[in-house]
Design a protein around this ligand. Sequence first.
Ligand code: AKG
Length: 329
Amino acid sequence: MAYVPRAVERADRYRVKVEQYVHYQRHGYLKVENLLSREDVRRLLEWAETIRQPAPVQSQPEKASLEEVAKTRTRVHQLHRIDATAEWGLLHPRVLDVLEALIGPDVLALQTMLFFNPPGMGGQGWHQDAYYITTYPDTLIGAWMALDPADEENGCLWVIPGSQCEPIYPPDRPYGLIHADGAFEDLFEVQNVSHLDDEVNTLTRVVRKYPDPIPVPMQPGDVLFFHGHILHRSYPNRTTDRFRRSFVCHYCNARSWVPWNHGEPYEGDSANYLHILARGNTHLPYATPPFGTPVHLRPPQDDAHDAPPRMMGMEDGNMESVQTTANRV
Ligand SMILES: O=C(O)CCC(=O)C(=O)O
């Protein structure tokens, strides 16, 4: 039985250009403008406004208004586990279209974060996302969906193009590792990752190898895809009158082993069974969307059609084209 991945056909499907793929691979990020419609953004914004009774996510205050939540927390995590709109945003088909091309064909949805970042608040210092979210092989990617205009004043994301080529600088043991322990000669441990103060956050030592971090201004509906290794950060919202709301999700290839559940316990040695298969197929455990958001999966029997056998070389040592191979009886 051959494995033949197929992209999902839909009238409003977003098709990634080769140039965009190359940009993502080369620079570690890709901004796709207007990926979400105005209607989509409105739905997410209206939903964000209704989060007056914060979800039973650990350490959430109960029965607080949005304003109260925003005063104490600039973001809420993992709402898709308890909320249909968050699940819809996480599994937005046009976001998945891009992910299918960048890290697919099989996509596992891992995390949601709703950011409020009201005036005077928010910001996260330099970090690499795969430091926090471990996947083996490491295929982590973020999708940052702008709900408000985001710029330098209200705390847009900053990235270091090309820094996705860096390994993950690990935390002090025994917190976790991405690379095999001891595989590198000179990989150093970092402290206070994500701290806003560059002098306290020792990942800055890596950041300083790169002269040109860049801000990524966004408009509502734009989505920034960013590699799990890219060095990135945001600054506090310096405005007095503008929120910087965004919906940020993380995904990986569904063939990756995921010993991560947002710090929550799980059974066994991987948490794959808790994460939603969003596209394609996988031989690993997975969850289906609890609120019923449609996802386009490919059941195993769909793979059972003839794919051309491919060979790298013939018995005489010469290369053979795929076409010639496919025609062979
Ligand atoms: O949006 C922000 O302020 C920070 C987001 C971020 O760094 C992340 O999602 O990894």
